[in-house]
Every structure is written in structure tokens, then in C-alpha cells.
Ligand binder design. Sequence first.
Ligand code: ADP
Length: 531
Amino acid sequence: MNSPGDSIDDIISLLNKHYHPNCNQEQQSQQNSRPKAGIGNVMLPQIKQQLNVLSAIPNTYNNNSDKFKRKAASLNRQQQPKSQTKDTNSFLIPMTRYLTFKPYSGSTDIIINDVGYYYKFGSSPIKLVKGLLEENGFKENNDKNWTLYWSSCAIRSEIYTNLFAYQKVCHFPKSYEMTRKDLMHRNISKMQINHGFINFNFIPKTYILPAEMSYFLEEHEKIKNNNPVYICKPHASSQGKGIFITDKIQDILNKQNSNNSYVVSHYIDKPLLINNLKFDLRIYVAITCINPLRIYVYQDGLARFATEAYNPDSVKQNRFVHLTNYSVNKDSPNFVANQDPTLDYLGSKWSLLALREYLKLNKINEQQIFERIEDLIIKTIISVESAIFQACEMNVPFRSNCFSLFGFDVLVDQFLKPWLLEVNFSPSLNIDAPLDLKIKGEMLADLFTLIGIVPLDQRFSQDLSYVRNQSNYDVKKHQQEFEKYILKETEEEFKRSRGWKRLYPSDQSSRYSKYFESDRPLNALLRNYYK
Ligand code: ADP
């Protein structure tokens, strides 16, 4: 005879209690009577194992840093939208519970129980992603029924077209419009022309060579008496490779003979300095949905320091003075590796929170700097929203399939103005120091929690499947129901935001409406809701 808890119904009811603790019996019986595509295929012992693994995942992990917790809590409180008081629980659409992730411990000895959650790499494996997923009960599996697809490269279109609603891939199509140096400049320049230079004045003046050579020479002619300095970067490279700084026009003309395309920008020669060193910021930004647009910024990140004292007149080829890339400066004899993540203000790499504390202590208006950074993040993403939206409409079956993690590189000058240097498509998740493990590990765990990965038993639940991008679902006919669903989805996501701060939508959304190529109904819905 079966002991209590052994029958499939007992297990399902246990799962329902686990995922729907506030659900009443009537709702539970409705859920039990829904097609159990995600459950019926799984063997009993696997379900039990799954239950054990999932109940072992705490809702909030034990974050060592009190400072981080205090800061995150206070920033989260500041951003609580007014709508938190609105009654979204009255919606008819059932609440979906999502998986919660804890950060990776750094262990290489992980025993994985196969409970039915799989991930797949589309590029070479990344230790942090692999370790974090495996410690949270995921297993690598290249078969079709993976839940999460992670790749440092662009994703092939056949991967998008065959997705199920519960599957998540880590890039939106066409994100390269923002992450390729030349395209990012082209898109922001277009916004400067269409919406006023003053509103998009956060990238250094830039030319894409050789295409814009004659324009560049014309402009140079006008300012040559001021001895302008330029920084030249190969258009599709990273980690400081191939970069040179020069005030000699001939150096740039010589490059014309090579076949490479170069991005030439005005050099920002008055950076804000700390201990006489130049630094830049790595800001983590996530897009969780393109329609409606939802943007988050992580409240911690990195400040990366040059390793030789800054002097605008120093030899421009000295990369340890002028470039702040970790990949460049780690080879400097002056590089100081941070060995203790609790002392996150020591060495050549600091945490973003430590930097903010430092600025505050030195009476520098860090709040203003970060408000400006948030503004430039929203505007940069809006500049490519239309391209990404259209690519999703054409290639991605469900609204919930894609998310993106970007690394925004920002340089702050002596006037406290942040300049966007570039947006990284696949920000480094290397763990070269304990500080990397702490910051990137927490950020990634919070990201996987934020994006809303559904438990096995909800994979085919109706609330996800009816929002197919090109479906017969008549949004107009079911408008009210659909809008309620979107509001609930947005509020639920907000509740999972942990260290992520939501930038868009917010009570400030209407300030940005004019910059969108099209005013999408779902963006308007949230804009009005949070007003
Ligand atoms: P990469 O993708 O190769 O890292 P970046 O655009 O990030 O190229 O530039 C590398 C480094 O060069 C930055 O971290 C920053 O220190 C410096 N840098 C880039 N652009 C400028 C600029 N316009 N003015 C001053 N410094 C810059």
C-alpha cells in the first residue's frame, strides 16, 4: 500500500501547496484539473527529489554584506512604485510561482540531482553560470527540453523560432544595435538629431572610419588649433585590444590603409580621479521584457582603476595611464588584486557600492552622478527598442522567452558628467578574484530569480501560452484580461527584483515617451498605471 504522500495526487497537491501557498482549495483543484503536461511526464521519485531541492532554496539567500543589504533595501524602498498599494490580487489569472536562486559558492564539487531542470550553453561554458545553475539543481543537457540557454555569442534564429513558452534565452535578437561600437554611436547620433543634442549628450563625439573620413577631416580642421586628442578603437573588438590614443591626424590616416573599420572618438581628458588614478564603472543592466519594456540596473557593480598616475600630458601610448580595462591593467607591475571581498575599496578593482561610499565621504554628489547614469541607460535602450521589438515580433514566439544582461561602461569626468563608452553584449563573468565571485555571483542569482523561471508543473500553464507573439489571440477582444495579466506579470517581477532596481517603467516613464519610435500600447498601459 502507498504511504501518504506517495500517490501522484498527493505529490501534485504538495507541489501546489509549495508553489501556491496562498491559494485556496478551489483554486488548487482547478490547478489540479488543468492538463498536467509538466508533471505527468515525470516519474514519482523525481518529483519528490525536485520538491526537496526546491524547498532547500531559500527565498532570500544569506547575503554576507550588511552594507549591501542596507543599501539595496533602502534603494528598493525609494523605488517602490505607488502601485504597490493597488489591488492586483483580484485578478482572475492564477499566480505563477517562480524559482529562486542562491549565489554560487565557488565550489567545484557539485553533486547534481537530475530533477528535470536543464540548461544549455550556446558557446563555451562559463564557470560562474555553470556553477550557479548546478548548485541550484540544474543540469547541463543539450536536448530540446532545456529551461535556460546561455551564450556569449549572438543566438541563431532557429533557436528562437523553436522556443516553448517556458524557455529562456539570454539575448534579444538585434541587441548588437546597441553593443557594436559603431552601431551604438549611429543609433545615439540619430537620437541627437531627432530629439535634440542636449538630451542625448552622453557619448563622446565619434566618427566611424573609413565611412565618415571626409566628415571627420572637415570637423578636425575646425578645431585643430585646440590640439584635439582622439581615441581610436577597432569597431568590433574588446578588452582594450587594438586601441590607440593620438593627437596626430597622420596616425589615424595611416589606419585608413588597413582594411579595418575604426571608431574614432574625442578623448575625455579630464576624468574624475581617485588617488590620482583614472577609473571607469561597469554597470550591470538587464532587460527582462521588450513588450512592455522593462529595464533594471544592478545596485552593485565594479569600478576599475588604471594603474599609473593620470596626467593628460603623459605619453598617450602608456596604456596603464589611459585605459582602465582590467585585461590591460592586470599586466601592470602596479596592479593590486583585491583578496578580500569585505574590503571592497582596496586594490585596482572596487565594488560600485564602495565607490559610492567613497564619493559620498568626499562630498562628491554621487546621487547626481547615478541619476544621470540611470537616465543614459534608459535613453540608450530606447534608441534600439524599435529594432529589438521588430526582431522579436518576427523571430521569437513568446513575450517571455528573452532576457538580456548588458555591461554598460561609464567614465565620469571632473564635472561629474557620466559618459557612456560602450555597452557590452556579454559582460565578463570571469571570477578572477573573490570580489568578482561575490558581486557577479549575487548579480547573476538575482538575475535568474528576476527573469521568472517557472517550475516544472507550470511549464504549460495557460497564462504563459496565450501570449504568443504571432498568435490568433485577439488582444483587442480580451483587452481587459490581457492588460490585467501584464500588470500582474510586471508587479510579480518587481517583487522578485532583490538587488536589481527597476528603471523602466517607473513614475518617471512619461518623461521618456517622446523618444520611442512608436508608443506601444503596453508601455502606455504601464506608464499610466505607475503615474
Ligand atoms: P574595449 O571594448 O576594447 O574595452 P572601451 O570602449 O571600453 O573598449 O575602451 C577601453 C578603455 O579606454 C576604457 O575602459 C576607458 O578607460 C578608455 N576610453 C575609452 N573611450 C574613451 C574616451 N572617449 N575618453 C577617455 N577614455 C576612454
